[in-house]
Design a protein around this ligand. Structure first.
Ligand code: NAD
Length: 517
């Protein structure tokens, strides 16, 4: 184990989360089954080794599944409000560990400390939401067409829910799934991204502490580690009725096919190619804040990052100049240092994709107006720090149609009315987040209408990036169609049963069918 950066309180945070001095470790208690190859987790912040984690072999996986399946039998019989109480305690533990976990998220993934704290806050929020929901897992009561009959529906847990998550939200996406799945009576097996395994272990440790304190089986929350091969163990496994997968569209297409092939359910949260429409009635100051945070926050590595700015020709130069000016203020550097706005990309492969995108946009005839580049020298030793770039482009460019997971913003011009802008916005394969900046009610309503945005998220006078847990989160088209988090997203984690009870002494058939014996 190499030395860990001692600055910014990282060492203390790792200790507090039980991931300090993890060498070939996996997790606590019965989840400590892994015997496979080793993943080394290096921080994109300073390039240092954070720890080593063993991956899960097929035999290890089967042990985990045994623990989970067994735990389900206990957990499903506990009344939902009591399960809510456990989730409440989990939320309390997260409050205690918020700073430490926020720091680890920032150090292992590279997002700013503020965004790391925000991610943990989202976990706390979804726990609060789930606690209330644990008393509201309602079904309907219907009138039967037959006399002396009662008909209603109820929701039962599904069983073992498999969770596959991406590197860019290494802790929050897990909790969006688990907090709901747990109150619904499911147990969870989680495969975090192989790029952020320490975040996985830290979360598992927190959950394990809560289950142990309540004498509940640890199998309610299971962790497995590794790359797509470990993910495939879950997608192929008929013991897992629901696989919730967050990541690239490429991955989602494979997972969808595999899970559908065994008639399982999948909940897919995939790539976005999000746009802000800026109309002649936009507030320029608000537009600049929304667009710049959307494009450079998390170094452009949010599924909801702003990738396209679709600006009306009458506003084009004003908005362009204001955004370019704002980019001059950006400070790029260690994300744990709160003075910096932009941290590193996750790894050097991501840096290559960023560079390729900038080359390609020029090859396709685009015009780079804020130059990109990879930073080197003191503070940038990891080789993962890049300059946020802006290019003027055309909507139909292949690179503009593609999600590049980096801080590259494309400026696109439209003329005529908002419907022309919407055609550009909707003219991509992805359908996650969208926004319009306007003070014109007609434009705003057109954007939200049936002819408007085709995305799962459509905002007015807010950027594309960042969502509250109270609403259902997800997107259409190649974003996968899944919905997680708030509203009635809980229904995905349960199976619906329709019950009809006959309290008479005869047996009338539905639709008046006669069957006399
Ligand atoms: P990725 O697709 O490379 O990996 C995501 C996860 O899928 C990882 O855990 C990986 O090991 C696993 N995986 C990959 N191939 C698999 C397979 N064949 N079978 C089973 N598991 C497999 O994505 P990433 O680079 O970690 O994350 C970035 C992507 O995630 C972006 O496209 C981003 O838009 C998307 N994302 C979407 C949302 C959303 O809610 N829509 C949220 C976060 C990230």
């Amino acid at each position: 184990m190499e030395a860990i950066a001692t600055d910014f309180g990282i060492e203390k945070a790792l200790k507090q989360l039980g991931v300090k001095d993890i060498n070939e470790g996996t997790s606590t208690g019965s989840n400590n089954f892994s015997n496979g190859d080793i993943i080394e987790s290096y921080s994109p912040v300073d390039g240092k080794l954070i720890g080593k984690v063993k991956t899960t072999t097929q035999a290890d996986y089967d042990k985990v599944m045994d623990a989970a399946t067994k735990a389900f039998k206990t957990w499903r019989t506990m009344p939902a409000p009591q399960r809510g109480e456990i989730v409440r305690q989990f939320g309390e533990k997260l409050r205690e560990k918020k700073e430490a976990l926020g720091k680890l998220v920032s150090y292992e993934m590279g997002k700013s400390y503020q965004e790391g704290l925000g991610e943990v806050q989202e976990m706390i929020d979804i726990c609060d939401f789930a606690v209330g929901l644990s008393r509201q897992l309602h079904g309907l009561t219907m009138h039967s067409e037959r006399p002396g009959h009662r008909m209603y529906e109820q929701y039962h847990p599904l069983g073992v829910v498999g969770i596959i998550s991406a590197f860019n939200f290494p802790v929050a996406v897990w909790s969006w799934n688990t907090a709901l799945a747990w109150i619904c009576g499911d147990v969870c097996v989680w495969k975090p991204s192989e790029k952020t395994p320490m975040c996985g272990i830290a979360c598992q440790n927190i959950a394990a502490e809560v289950f142990a304190a309540n004498n509940l089986p640890e199998g309610i929350s299971c962790l497995i580690n590794g790359d797509y091969r470990v993910g495939e163990m879950m997608t192929k496994d008929t013991r897992i009725p629901l696989v919730s997968a967050t990541g690239s569209t490429r991955m989602g297409k494979i997972v969808a096919k595999e899970v559908a092939g065994r008639l399982g359910k999948s909940l897919l949260e995939l790539g976005g190619n999000n746009a802000i429409i800026v109309t002649p009635d936009a507030d320029v100051k608000m537009t600049v804040i929304g667009a710049v945070f959307g494009a450079v926050g998390t170094a452009g590595q949010r599924c909801t990052s702003t990738r396209r700015l679709i600006i009306h020709e009458s506003m084009y130069d004003t908005v362009k100049n204001a955004v370019v000016d704002a980019y001059k203020q950006l400070r790029i550097g260690n994300p744990l240092d709160e003075k910096n706005h932009v941290g590193p990309l996750i790894d050097k492969d991501a840096v290559k994709m960023y560079q390729n995108a900038l080359t390609q946009v020029v090859e396709e005839g685009g015009n780079v107006i804020v130059e990109g580049g990879v930073l080197s020298g003191e503070g940038y030793e990891s080789g993962c720090y890049v300059k946020p770039a802006i290019a003027e482009a055309k909507p139909e460019f292949k690179i503009v149609q593609h999600e590049t997971f980096a801080p590259v913003l494309y400026l696109l011009k439209y003329s005529g009315d908002v419907h022309n802008a919407l055609e550009i916005q909707n003219g991509v394969a992805q359908g996650l987040s969208s926004a319009i900046m306007t003070n014109n009610l007609r434009e705003a309503e057109a954007f939200l209408s049936v002819q408007g945005s085709d995305c799962g998220i459509a905002n007015v006078n807010i950027g594309t990036s960042g969502a509250e847990i109270g609403g259902a989160f997800g997107g259409e088209k190649e974003t996968g169609g899944g919905r997680e988090s708030g509203s009635d997203a809980w229904k995905v984690y349960m199976r619906r049963q329709t019950n009809t009870i006959n309290y008479t002494t005869s047996l009338p058939l539905a639709q008046g069918i006669k069957f006399d014996l």
